[in-house]
Every structure is written in structure tokens, then in C-alpha cells.
Design a protein around this ligand. Sequence first.
Ligand code: GTP
Ligand code: MN
Ligand code: MN
Length: 389
Amino acid sequence: AKLPKKFEKNRFNENICERNAPLQHHNQVLVEPLLFLNEYWTVMGDERRALAYSKAAATIKCLPFTVTTLTELDDLKGLGSGHCLKVIQETLERGHCQEVIVKRDSMKFQSLKILSSVYGIGPSLALKLHSNHGVSSVQDILKLWNQLALADERIKVGVTYYADLSTPVSCTLAKKIKGIVEYELSIIKDDFRIEIAGGFRRGKKNGHDVDILITYTTDGEEKGILSSLMKHLNHKGYILHWRLEKSSFDEEAVFTRSPDQISVMDHFEKSFCVFKCPLQGNEIPETERTIRIDVNEPFPSQEQRNWRAIRVDLIMVPKSQWAYALLGWTGSKLFMRMLRHYSNAHLQKTLNSHGLWDKRENKLIPAESEEDVFKNLGLSYKDPSHRNF
Ligand code: GTP
Ligand code: MN
Ligand code: MN
């Protein structure tokens, strides 16, 4: 008979990038309060504290057994300050954590959570709206719309389609969006590759948006395609809103100017869109859910609605950067952060969505596939489904 493999604490501690973070793990009860506190501090605008809880949650997710006593976590790296351990201990002993219950009921948190979930509103604007204007809900934004004079076009879109955009996107709808993009691309030019990245690629059943990467067989061929694609999609009536970002890639700037800065933003040409996704009968949302604001554009009456608004990111990638871009846009955010930190600190190399830069040799290390990237990092290949840190 096969004996259960012994948990090797030292190996677990050695290199956190070698850990596996599956969606289904052994410690849901413990991870929940930690993820809540990550959300709480993100919403409250304290990223540093939020990150500590996110890392602790990720460590617990990777454990190959169910934790029953605190001693099982002795000498385990990645659980952060004593406070995370306190939350874990209380949850183990009482089944819940009092701090979480109190924070969850906080009016300020609840308001900021709603406000910062509106497309175009981040934690700092949410705080400003709440503190300076007493705004606590999407309805409040509507009431004070003229007075607030929010200049960012995205907020109008975010409020108009709030109900749709705050409803999780299913895998089926993500594939439908991919199909639409694929078809329109095929009209423009052959020989492209298109892939859904983000949470869906990591096996999640739902997402807040659809992240789609596009490339062509040789470098340079991708130029101008995204603008054409947007024209086609608009012409067919698939687009409610979009913002095109030009490529700002420059090898020198991206890799050598601030090599120690752990930067998340990349320089690909991309389009941040809100799609008008056609729906089949059973996918049509209930009526009253879409909030309307007084905009000039005509808005179809609820009865006619056989579509829903979906956030879609389209990213155009030069072929030679595909492997790194796919890895970067598959995430998770925390996993990419860990990889960037690891390659910087242990390999003297800068990793981002464009490539891997050897700081000692001053050159880029090419990769054809994600497997190559892991090899270049001296790590074993990790399936996307195990990157849910
Ligand atoms: P949900 O969409 O909420 O289901 O989760 P997700 O993991 O797909 O998150 P998100 O769509 O925000 O991002 C997907 C991945 O792309 C993440 O791992 C991010 O690290 C990465 N990402 C998102 N925005 C950017 C960006 O502007 N630049 C780069 N380089 N990466 C990004
Ligand atoms: Mn996503
Ligand atoms: Mn996204």
C-alpha cells in the first residue's frame, strides 16, 4: 500500500515559487478570513497590509494537508507577522475570527467596497467620494452625478452598466467573447494566435473580466491590427466602450532603467473594452438590474435586452514576447509578484511580461513557450491550475 507522502517543511520553505496553489485546497476555513482581511485592507487603501494577508492565505492554500493545530505551522515561511497567526489560531479554536466579523460590518468598508467595485473608481477615489461627499452607494453617485463632475468616461460606463459588470462572467461567456474576437480577426488577417489568459486559464469558473492575448506568426505583423479589430467590432455593434493604449515598449526603458522596481504595468498595445455580448434566451439577465443614468446615448428598453455588458481586455503581443506575456497575464498577480521577486533577488534577472533580462550580461533571454520561461528561471514547470496564489 502507498503511504501518504510526508510533508517536507524544509522543501516547502526553500523556494516559494516551487509551491503549488490549486483552486481546491485543504484549508478553506482558514483561508477565508485571511482573504477577507486582504480585501478589507485593499479597499481601505492599505496595500502593504493587504499584501501580508494575501501572502499568508497563499501559504495556507499550498499546504498538502488540513491544519488542525497551530503547532503544525511552526517554522513555516510566508505566514507573515504574528497577527496572521493570531487570526489563524482564533479561527482554529473558535471556528471564526471576531476581528473579521467586526470589520465586515463596518459601514465605511461596505461603502468603499461598493464604490471601488465600479469600473473606473479605485480605492483612493472611492475614499474621496465617501469622505468628502458622503457617497456610499451607486445610487448616491447617480443622485449627485452633476455635482460630482467625474471626468473619467469609464465611471459613467461603470455606473451605467454596474449591475452587469458586477455580475461574474462565466467560462461559457468568456469563450463566446473569444469566438467573436477570433472571427473578426480572421477577416482582417490569417495566422494569428489567440488565447484566454487571466483567471479562466487558471481554471476559475468565473471571472470579473475576460483577458485575451493575441499574436501573429512573426514580430511586427501585429502592428495596426488592434485598431482594425476595434473598428470591426464597433461596426458590428459589439462594443459599448473602449480605450486603446498604444504600445510603449522600448527594451532600454523596460529592462534597464529601473531594473529593481517590481513593476506590474506592461507596455503592450491593448484595448480595455466593455463588450455588448449577445445572449441566448437562458442567459438573459433579469430586468430591473441595469441602472440607467441620464446619458445622451440611446439605451434600449429592458424588454429588448438580449445582451449584457462584459469587461474585456485585449492585448496585442509581438511573437517573440508571447511566452512571457502569456505567463504574466495568466497570473495570479501574487504568483507573478513572487516570480519577479525571485528572479530579481536570486538570479539577477528582471522578469516582466515582455521578457527576462539578464542584468549581468545585459541581454534578453528568449523563450518560445511557458515551459521555456520556467526553464530560464531554473524552476519546474507549473500548470496554470496551480498558479492560484
Ligand atoms: P479575475 O479577472 O478577477 O477573474 O482575475 P484575474 O486573475 O484574471 O485578474 P485580472 O484580470 O485583473 O488580471 C489577469 C492577470 O493579468 C493578472 O495576473 C495580472 O497580473 C495581469 N495584469 C492585469 N492587468 C495588467 C496590466 O496592466 N499589465 C500587466 N503586465 N499585467 C496585468
Ligand atoms: Mn481577469
Ligand atoms: Mn483583466
